[in-house]
Write a protein of this length. Structure first.
Length: 136
């Protein structure tokens, strides 16, 4: 993936992360000042670590998403972002725009879902479908 594209997805991911952090700031004493100090600076947000005690307050869905965001951000740094983790093919950019945390191309994702349905593992419910979940 080109640098310019990586930058674009990094921005998308950071916006998602920022949303979670802001939600967290509403829920906890997690100081918004801490956030403000780093506001606007992508690197600060990217490297902002949230401690376990606070993570437990934001709920399973966001905590899970946060983990995926950090993971995706790390892949951007490593420049491996955008490649399917299963087959190594580039993930369709449209898919990434809809789900910046996606780690699998649509073919592998579909295959994974099919095999999960077959074996019905608990793990299966926790994937990037979380991005679609706007139940709250
Ligand atoms: Zn794939």
């Amino acid at each position: 993936m080109k640098k310019r594209e990586l930058d674009k997805f990094q921005k998308l991911l950071l916006e998602e992360k920022k949303k979670i952090i802001q939600h967290l700031a509403d829920l906890t004493e997690f100081s918004e000042q801490e956030l403000e100090n780093g506001s606007g600076d992508a690197v600060d947000i990217a490297s902002l670590e949230i401690n376990q005690a606070n993570i437990s307050k934001i709920g399973k869905r966001e905590a899970y998403l946060l983990k995926k965001i950090d993971y995706a951000l790390k892949k951007i740094e490593d420049k491996t972002y955008g490649d399917c983790e299963n087959c190594g093919e580039p993930i369709n950019p449209k898919r990434l725009e809809a789900r910046p945390v996606a780690a699998l191309c649509i073919d592998c994702k579909t295959e994974q879902e099919n095999s999960e349905r077959r074996y019905s593992t608990r793990e299966s419910e926790e994937d990037d479908n979380y991005m679609d979940d706007s139940a709250d």
